[in-house]
Ligand binder design. Structure first.
Ligand code: ATP
Ligand code: MG
Length: 349
């Protein structure tokens, strides 16, 4: 599909806090690619907690409609209210549902290894994004011995298969071509057993297509242990929602600032880039947010759409700026402003 587009309609949802500072940075980076990508048409869209406090709506219908008419999107960050607010639910969670973005894909790579150096961490966490404990079916029952709380954990063959396919597809495009299935089927033999078995069966469903991809599996506890001790053993890690959530944050911690780590929320028909960090209220409005996670999210989004070469150009420009170490935001020990970092990256693009 990549070659057939004459223009690329990109929804921009900066939302809250530093989202409003880093999404414009990603936009400038895409614009700098020129004719390497189909002519981008940006559509600025509203959402977020701040919007909710002003208007009572966190995710306006116009935003949802415009996204449905776009090819892809970039989402900034939403502030999470410190306590439950009546009538509010997170727009990013809503969008994942509405657009059926069933995979959260997060590449984690060591900070700017030189071209000769091998990065010590170079992996992708592929997290199932729609089920597991996140179906949020909880109930509380009073008993003779006090209250009892239960939660439902849903694992379906369909969701496990499509997340497995996403993992194999990503692994196939990488050098190592290695998938590790993360589970805990020694304890949860039915739910995690189904996840494990279904992901394992993916290559059989696509005769020959994934023959060159190696499959391993690991219990989630030992996977986290090994992630910290020998992260280089991993290439693509695929996990149900909750384990994936924990592993992807742990993996991000391996490479330093949250301001560096990108992600995409991906489905069969839509992809939405989203920096891993939040709205960072402590630094919002100061013009010092690190724009790199957002620019890398834009690159990842383009890669998912089939524009690998322009995505490489963005990543390379970012790596050079980090490696040179002259123009960095304070989270990386520098003194530069967001726009100065953007300008340095644009110059290299
Ligand atoms: P939220 O509720 O929106 O997640 P938070 O308080 O958890 O907000 P995060 O955005 O998750 O904040 O960030 C955690 C810490 O990392 C903060 O101190 C923040 O300043 C820092 N940080 C996050 N993203 C960036 C960035 N892009 N550039 C610089 N610092 C960042
Ligand atoms: Mg946070």
């Amino acid at each position: 599909a990549a070659a057939s587009r004459s223009s690329l309609k990109i929804g921009l949802v900066p939302a809250d806090g530093i989202g409003r500072e880093v999404i414009p940075a990603a936009r400038q980076a895409i614009e700098a690619l020129g004719s390497d990508v189909p002519k981008p048409e940006f559509v600025e869209l509203l959402a977020g907690f701040e919007l909710f406090t002003r208007t009572g709506t966190a995710l306006p219908e116009e935003t949802v409609q415009a996204l449905k008419e776009s090819d892809c999107a970039l989402f900034g960050a939403v502030s999470s209210p410190s306590r439950r607010v009546t009538g509010y639910s997170s727009p990013i969670v809503g969008l994942r549902k509405i657009l059926d973005l069933y995979a959260n894909v997060r590449p984690v790579i060591s900070v700017a290894p030189t071209p000769e150096e091998k990065p010590s961490v170079d992996l992708i966490v592929v997290r199932e994004n729609t089920e597991c404990l996140y179906v949020k079916q909880e109930e509380m029952t009073p008993t003779e011995n006090g209250r009892e709380a239960r939660a439902t954990r849903l694992i379906t063959e369909r969701a496990s298969r499509r997340i497995g396919e996403m993992a194999f597809e990503l692994a196939k495009a990488r050098q190592r071509k290695h998938v590790t299935i993360i589970h805990k089927s020694n304890v949860l033999s039915i739910t995690d057993g189904l996840f494990r078995e279904t992901v394992r069966s993916v290559p059989r469903l696509h005769e020959g297509k994934y023959d060159d991809v190696e499959i391993a599996e690991q219990l989630v506890d030992s996977a986290v242990y090994r992630l910290f001790r020998e992260p280089h053993i991993y290439d693509v890690m695929v996990a149900p929602n909750l384990y994936g959530d924990i592993i992807s944050d742990a993996a991000a911690a391996l490479v330093g600032s949250l301001g560096l780590v990108p992600s995409v929320n991906a489905g069969d028909n839509f992809v939405m880039g989203e920096p891993v960090h939040g709205s960072a209220p402590d630094i919002a409005g100061q013009g010092i947010a690190n724009p790199i996670a957002s620019i890398r999210s834009a690159a990842l989004m383009l890669r998912h759409l089939g524009y690998g070469a322009p995505a490489d150009r963005l990543d390379k420009a970012v790596d050079e700026v980090i490696r040179e170490g002259q123009v960095l935001t304070p989270d990386l020990g520098g003194k530069s402003k967001t726009q100065e970092v953007v300008d340095a990256i644009l110059k290299r693009i």
